[in-house]
Write a protein that binds this ligand. Structure first.
Ligand SMILES: Cc1cc2nc3c(=O)[nH]c(=O)nc-3n(C[C@H](O)[C@H](O)[C@H](O)COP(=O)(O)OP(=O)(O)OC[C@H]3O[C@@H](n4cnc5c(N)ncnc54)[C@H](O)[C@@H]3O)c2cc1C
Length: 477
């Protein structure tokens, strides 16, 4: 080990095994992305949402939404109507955002879409709660009855109200379990299972929208528009979350062909199958992996490619962090796998910036290892800062050193000075500028534990990096 300005540079061990020939990246045409370009521009999702909100507002006005404004109770009923329409629309938007539609996913990346999914989810639950409140009060006050009486009246005499109430309660339960504190106390599988009830909730509420919604009572055009939105959402969900993955599984017939221990609790799993050259995957992307065994197929886990895709096999490196990742440490060769994807916008395929900085730590080194291997850059243009708690923790180090030597890239591995007098922050602006003097002109890719991601991104911004040149991948949901 060498000590350098508060950073301990761990001398990489001699590579324990040479790179297998199958790991050689396919020939690249400089500057040309292997990923199919997405037809969407950055503003498309917003344009789609705004146009629909305008159409919905126009629909509400056309059906007398403003006429109700004359009386205080009418105002409540009018607000109840518009919040119902906006809330139902946001639920559909929320579902489309997680439908894994390739053009949308490739444009924005799954973590950004999940963030928007949470936002639209919050908006829809708030709006639908407001709808229940406004409508109940809007009918209760002129009838001089309590809110509970009025709600009972809805349940007894209005069509499809019982199913709509059940649907709303399911959606509410999903929202409550998605609040960060509640989510943390549930296992991923339990949380995901409860989440599936949202689909049932939406389906239960659908008939209520058409039969009780004044907007659809006599306007066929409005019915066609609303039904089309719902059908498009179902087609996107069924097509991209079910049919497409099943079709790809049948097409590629993936199986585990090799398992290699990288460190205690970390294995690399190589899978191979048919027609893998048809998979347009890029280094840095991830797949959602299912082990096709009777007791496991229903549990899916995102795993990043840890080697550049070569058209013949895919490699994933898995750290034992829970039940399934621990089981995968012993996965038998020959096990059938379903790999849904590739997903994610964490890749450097279309990145026009000449110099690149990769910052990784822990198991987050996996996508960076793949990018480091086949990124389309000349010697000297790529630096990888690898943060490891200690030498044993620095997985894939031998391979990274081999790539750095072969491609003329810089690899710097560091651990904080344990027990030192001065507390050293490797992601302070000064430390980053010292390690990478031209950091402000680089494109920066960060992957690792959440604290590493925020420390590295904040430090890089303070060191002059432009926020739009910062890319990161989180390994949580
Ligand atoms: C985009 C992405 C890429 C990833 N790449 C890798 C990788 O290359 N190597 C690696 O070892 N790990 C990777 N992970 C993390 C990996 O998915 C989890 O460690 C794994 O799913 C844990 O499953 P488990 O049953 O062993 O543990 P559990 O006990 O079920 O979960 C442990 C933690 O893993 C996370 N997790 C579990 N299931 C999922 C899921 N389906 N989706 C998202 N998060 C989940 C949760 O934060 C949970 O708290 C990645 C995660 C994401 C989101």
């Amino acid at each position: 080990m060498r000590k350098m300005d508060g950073v301990t540079v761990i001398a990489p061990p001699a590579p324990t095994r040479p790179m297998a020939p199958t790991q050689a990246p396919p020939p690249r045409v400089a500057g040309r992305s292997r990923l199919r370009p997405t037809p969407l521009s950055g503003l498309d999702i917003w344009a789609f949402i705004i146009v629909n909100l305008v159409v919905i507002t126009a629909m509400w006005v056309r059906h007398g939404g403003f006429d109700l404004w004359a009386t205080p109770f009418g105002k409540l009923v009018g607000l109840g109507q518009i919040t119902a329409l906006y809330g139902s629309f946001f639920i559909l938007a929320e579902l489309v955002l997680i439908a894994r539609v390739p053009w949308i996913e490739r444009r924005y990346g799954m973590d950004r879409l999940l963030g928007w999914h949470r936002l639209t989810g919050f908006a829809s639950v708030t709006l639908l709660s407001a709808h229940v409140l406004f409508t109940t009060l809007g009918y209760a006050v002129p009838r001089r009855v309590g809110a509970a009486d009025q709600f009972g009246n809805f349940l007894l005499y209005w069509p499809n109200m019982v199913t709509a109430t059940a649907g709303f309660l399911l959606i509410l339960a999903v929202a409550v379990t998605s609040v960060r504190a509640a989510r943390r106390s549930l296992s991923y599988e339990t949380w995901h299972f409860i989440h599936l009830y949202a689909y049932l909730g939406v389906a239960l509420a659908f008939a209520h929208q058409l039969t009780s919604g004044t907007d659809f009572a006599s306007d066929h055009l409005a019915v066609v528009y609303w039904v089309s939105l719902n059908i498009a959402t179902v087609v996107a969900l069924v097509g991209f979350r079910w049919i497409s993955p099943i079709w790809r599984a049948l097409r590629h017939q993936l199986r585990v062909v090799a398992v290699e221990t990288e460190a205690p609790g970390v294995v690399s799993i190589r899978v191979a199958g048919r027609k893998l050259h048809r998979l347009t995957a890029a280094s840095g992307q991830f797949f959602i992996i299912r082990v096709l065994r009777g007791d496991r197929w229903w549990r899916a886990h995102p795993l990043s490619l840890s080697a550049a895709p070569d058209g013949r096999s895919l490699r994933f490196t898995v750290k034992a962090l829970g039940d399934d990742s621990t089981w995968m440490q012993q996965i038998p060769v020959g096990t059938r796998i379903m790999a849904e994807g590739p997903y994610g916008a964490f890749h450097a395929e279309d990145d026009p910036i000449e110099k690149v900085l990769l910052i990784g730590g822990g198991i987050g080194i996996t996508p960076l290892r793949a990018i480091f291997e086949d990124i389309d850059r000349r010697p000297g243009q790529v630096t990888l800062l690898y943060r490891a708690r200690n030498h044993a923790d620095a997985i894939l180090l031998g391979e990274l050193q081999e790539i750095a030597d072969r491609r003329g890239f810089k690899l710097q591995v560091s651990q904080s000075r344990a027990g030192g007098r001065r507390k050293f922050d490797p992601f302070s602006a000064a430390a980053l500028r010292r390690a990478v003097p031209d950091i402000a002109r680089r494109s920066i890719y960060v992957c690792g534990p959440p604290e590493l991601i925020s420390a590295a991104c904040n430090g890089a911004k303070r060191a002059g990096a432009h926020p739009k040149n910062l890319h990161y991948e989180r390994f949580d949901y």
